[in-house]
Design a binder for this molecule. Structure first.
Ligand code: GLY
Length: 309
């Protein structure tokens, strides 16, 4: 029996002081519920889905309820989940009235021969399997309306802006059988063009899992992450013998060097070693295992890392 472990993140950005505590509460709740599943013999997939569902329900982060609004003032959600045992993945993109896109993504993985369904096709599939469609306004919070009104008509450098305001969520887990899973969910970036899909629902960009090597979930500026296929690049570094921590550091630094991209990543390798890194000012994360207990923070500090390694 393998010792289970789970890591969650709630976005890499410049989390303002007043949002630090809500972010820490969110990641702690998600990691506790998720670890509980693993402790009781549940699967890595169940643990990842549960953690992300909890974060999608949290109005402080950019996933599900509380997501950023696009240029037309609408929420469009992307999510992915991946099974390291089979390399099966399921994802949805640009869905507007699904409260928990991670749940729908898992159904895409389990009930279809496809990996990614978008827009109306994803909704049709949701209807066909009884996943409720909600009033899209349920996903909108006052904070985001205010942001939308402030930004409307302004020209913004999204790369610079994203460093300041971005909080995609994700999770990676290893269960008692040694199976790995990864998942990511997001409302994308503020004022995105309608129909814009970021890195999060793309296999190898927003998440990747392979029992032979590891599981990774990423967060940050989607267009930068896509250019370097960040999650799979980190897995490839692990496959070449780097530890999970070395791999996330190298992956993020490579993205910064090549495309000046900002973001973060969490990883577990097949031996249960963990990797957590970001090149943004902060990243909310929590990790839980027998050995480490529960650790939650908003910065991946060197002293914390040396404890974890
Ligand atoms: N990483 C979230 C996005 O850019 O869509």
């Amino acid at each position: 029996m393998v010792r289970p472990i789970v890591i969650v993140h709630a976005g890499a950005w410049n989390i303002p002081d007043e949002l630090i505590e809500p972010h820490l509460q969110a990641v702690k709740k998600a990691v506790r519920m998720s670890y509980n599943i693993l402790k009781n013999g549940g699967s890595a997939l169940d643990a990842v889905e549960t953690a992300i569902k909890i974060l999608e329900e949290d109005p402080h982060v950019d996933a599900g309820v509380g997501s950023f609004l696009n240029a037309e003032g609408e929420v469009e959600l992307d999510a992915i989940i991946m099974d390291g045992k089979t390399l099966k993945a399921g994802a949805v993109a640009a869905v507007k009235n699904i409260r928990n896109p991670i749940v729908l993504a898992r159904k895409v993985m389990e009930l279809t021969n496809h990996i990614l369904l978008v827009g109306e096709g994803a909704n049709k599939f949701a209807r066909s399997i009884g996943i409720k469609e909600i009033d899209p306004q349920e996903l909108v919070v006052e904070r985001e309306w205010k942001r939308w009104r402030e930004l409307k008509g302004r020209k913004i450098d999204i790369k610079v802006f994203f460093e300041d305001k971005g909080n995609t969520v994700g999770a990676v887990a290893m269960d008692v059988e040694g199976n790995l899973a990864a998942g990511t969910s997001t409302g994308g970036i503020p004022m995105k063009m309608p129909g814009r899909v970021g890195d999060s629902p793309l296999i190898g960009c927003g998440a990747y899992a392979d029992n032979e090597f590891g599981a990774v979930s990423t967060t940050g500026h989607g267009e930068s992450i896509m250019k370097v296929v960040l999650a799979k690049s980190i897995i490839d570094l692990i496959s070449r013998g780097y530890t999970a921590q070395e791999a996330v550091v190298m992956g993020i630094r490579y993205m910064e060097k090549k495309v000046n991209g900002r973001g973060g990543a969490i990883a577990i390798d097949r031996l249960g070693n963990i990797g957590i890194y970001h090149n943004t000012p902060k990243m909310a994360f929590a990790v839980m295992s027998d050995k480490l207990g529960l650790i939650a923070d908003i910065q991946c500090r060197e002293d914390l890392l040396s404890e974890l390694l």
